[in-house]
Design a protein around this ligand. Structure first.
Ligand SMILES: CC(C)(COP(=O)(O)OP(=O)(O)OC[C@H]1O[C@@H](n2cnc3c(N)ncnc32)[C@H](O)[C@@H]1OP(=O)(O)O)[C@@H](O)C(=O)NCCC(=O)NCCS
Length: 139
């Protein structure tokens, strides 16, 4: 980009489903999320109870979508920034805003996408050697 746009951050603002799906695609996270299944994406959107969004005017350019009890743990399921806006600090700001919405002793847990494996140490996360996944039976 030739100029730095003014980005605004919102917590739990309404997000249009088409805009959300377009962002997942534009960030490349869509390669790893069920963007072709609108109903599943709708349920993902509607069930998250902490969703921080980044806006360039009315364009959705970033999202951090979490499920949390606010007191002990937050699962940061999806972090995505539009490719055209990546590496301008939006991802870090989305994480900071997520953290700010939680109680101070609440931790954030996530699974890194392969492309973002080197990102999380840069923004303060530490690798956990005993994370476990119970895969869906359909796998
Ligand atoms: C990962 C992602 C959210 C990062 O968002 P971003 O807004 O581009 O990142 P930031 O601008 O906040 O970057 C903060 C720092 O990390 C670095 N960084 C950004 N992306 C990186 C990556 N993929 N790998 C390593 N470092 C990265 C930046 O250069 C910056 O470093 P600096 O502070 O030394 O300048 C974004 O690249 C993205 O949406 N990727 C595709 C979807 C994805 O993989 N999401 C994660 C799913 S778990």
């Amino acid at each position: 980009m030739s100029f730095t746009p003014r980005i605004e951050y919102q917590i739990n603002a309404p997000v249009d489903l088409d805009q959300m799906i377009a962002l997942y695609r534009a960030s490349t996270l869509g390669e790893r999320r069920p963007v072709g299944d609108r109903e599943r994406m709708r349920r993902m959107r509607d069930a998250s109870n902490l969703c921080v969004t980044a806006w360039d005017s009315d364009r959705l350019v970033g999202i951090a979508r979490s499920m949390t009890d606010f007191a002990y743990a937050a699962y940061l399921s999806d972090l995505a920034v539009d490719l055209a806006y990546q590496r301008t600090g939006i991802g870090k700001a989305l994480i900071d805003q997520t953290r700010g919405a939680l109680e101070p002793d609440c931790m954030i847990i996530l699974l890194a996408a392969p492309k973002a494996a080197d990102y999380y140490p840069k923004v303060g996360f530490e690798r956990h050697e005993s994370a476990w996944i119970l895969r869906p039976a359909a796998d």
